[in-house]
Ligand binder design. Structure first.
Ligand SMILES: Nc1nc2c(ncn2[C@@H]2O[C@H](COP(=O)(O)OP(=O)(O)OP(=O)(O)O)[C@@H](O)[C@H]2O)c(=O)[nH]1
Ligand SMILES: [Mg+2]
Length: 227
């Protein structure tokens, strides 16, 4: 189910950190012009905007159901330029999860996205409480000859972030390709936080045991951390 209300809550600096009724707050970060707003517009079935209108700071309130439960999200669309450092810092410090966007035809935006993930990891990551982050390679519709970042580089950038529960998705806001997947996977990561990571760890340990290394292992408790 999709419902969005843009701008219902006053968008002053303190607002989204202080608004209590959200189950989760997600920030969208990335360089200017990579398509953060376009992804959100596409998700909310709004028409694609060819013109780049730089965002100052925006937010969406969104209701979503998963596994029969109803959740309210606050999605913060940040400014790509660094002209609003206070808002960026607030978004970095007050969100439960992050969508970090770059454009596949712009290697500089990729480098910026990697730096942002490192920043999130340093600020919010710890081994007990992993932070969900989805790295999005946007503008997948652009001609393959214009591509400056490979899919492999995208996957690798996420896989080295050990304190983040990271995922890599290539998408296109322009042709509405995999946009829903970004948001549904994000919600899943938030609801079942840590579970995937524990499963991965468990699978790795099982692999090691199969390879003949002596290792004690037992199946982790299956808990559901609904916040
Ligand atoms: N080809 C292509 N162009 C895109 C896509 N997404 C966005 N754009 C274009 O990229 C430009 C910037 O899009 P925005 O969504 O405004 O980018 P942004 O990241 O929100 O930019 P800031 O708000 O300045 O940080 C616009 O001209 C869009 O039309 C996409 O998937 N494919
Ligand atoms: Mg924008």
């Amino acid at each position: 189910m999709k419902e969005s209300h843009q701008g219902e809550v006053p968008s002053n600096v303190a607002s989204y950190a202080a608004i209590p009724p959200f189950d989760f707050c997600i920030s969208i970060l990335g360089s200017g012009g990579v398509g953060k707003t376009a992804l959100l517009r596409s998700f909310f079935d709004q028409p694609f905007e060819e013109k780049h209108i730089p965002t100052v700071d925006d937010y969406y309130v969104h209701s979503l159901s998963m596994d029969g439960k109803h959740f309210t999200l606050c999605i913060v669309d940040t400014a790509g330029s660094y002209s609003f450092p206070v808002m960026r810092s607030l978004a970095l410090n007050s969100s439960h999860a992050y969508i970090v966007v770059y454009a596949v035809d712009d290697v500089v935006s990729f480098e910026e996205a990697v730096k942002t993930m490192e920043e999130i990891s340093a600020l919010r990551g710890n081994s007990e409480n992993v932070v969900p982050v989805i790295l999005v390679g946007n503008k997948l519709d652009t001609d393959v000859t214009e591509r400056e970042v490979t899919a492999r580089e995208g996957y690798e950038a996420v896989s080295v972030m050990s304190l983040l529960e990271g995922e890599y998705i290539e998408a296109s806001a322009k042709i509405d390709f995999r946009v829903d997947k970004i948001f549904s996977n994000m919600l899943e990561a938030l609801i079942y936080k840590g579970r995937k990571r524990r499963r991965k760890k468990f699978a790795k340990r099982r692999l090691r045991v199969r390879r003949g290394k002596k290792q004690k292992f037992k199946e982790p408790h299956r808990t559901c951390n609904i916040m």
